[in-house]
Unconditional design. Structure first.
Length: 150
């Protein structure tokens, strides 16, 4: 089955957002001192890696492969660009703010994808991944709010 350029571009964009998230969470898990956040960030990094694989598998079923090079958008502005500086401050609320900001980009990308006409198995996969991303976003936000109030 062949997919059109718009669907390919949409899936590629989701893969890029997941790569950003996996990298951001991996960086955060390595550098954060709080054990609860370290474990949570590792979990989310693995989750994003699994989402990437799932999306790449879908592209493969359509006879396409994911372009491994970074997108221009990703090169110009990584959503997770400030995670390193936030980590250097050891400020829990700031680290969580940066994670939430990264998640905002992912949520937006998935919302846009769900507005497209996605074929076959792709739509329920994207819907499930959207739910996972949204849940991660909301969890990070609630942790951020708790850290600000502390």
């Amino acid at each position: 089955m062949e997919i059109n350029k718009e669907v390919y571009s949409t899936v590629h964009h989701l893969i890029e957002r997941c790569k950003d998230g996996a990298k951001g969470y991996k960086t955060a898990s390595e550098d954060v001192e709080d054990k609860d956040l370290k474990d949570l960030f590792k979990k989310y990094a693995v989750q994003r890696d699994s989402m990437i694989t799932e999306l790449q598998d879908q592209l493969h079923k359509f006879g396409k492969t994911d372009d491994e090079s970074s997108s221009i958008e990703g090169t110009v502005h990584r959503a997770w660009i400030d995670i390193k500086s936030a980590l250097s401050t050891r400020d829990r609320a700031r680290v969580l703010e940066e994670c939430e900001r990264g998640e905002d980009y992912a949520v937006k990308a998935y919302k846009e994808a769900l507005n497209k006409d996605l074929p076959g198995e792709l739509k329920p996969i994207v819907e499930q991944q959207f739910n996972d991303v949204k849940n991660a976003h909301d969890h990070i936000r609630s942790l951020r709010d708790a850290a600000k109030d502390a």
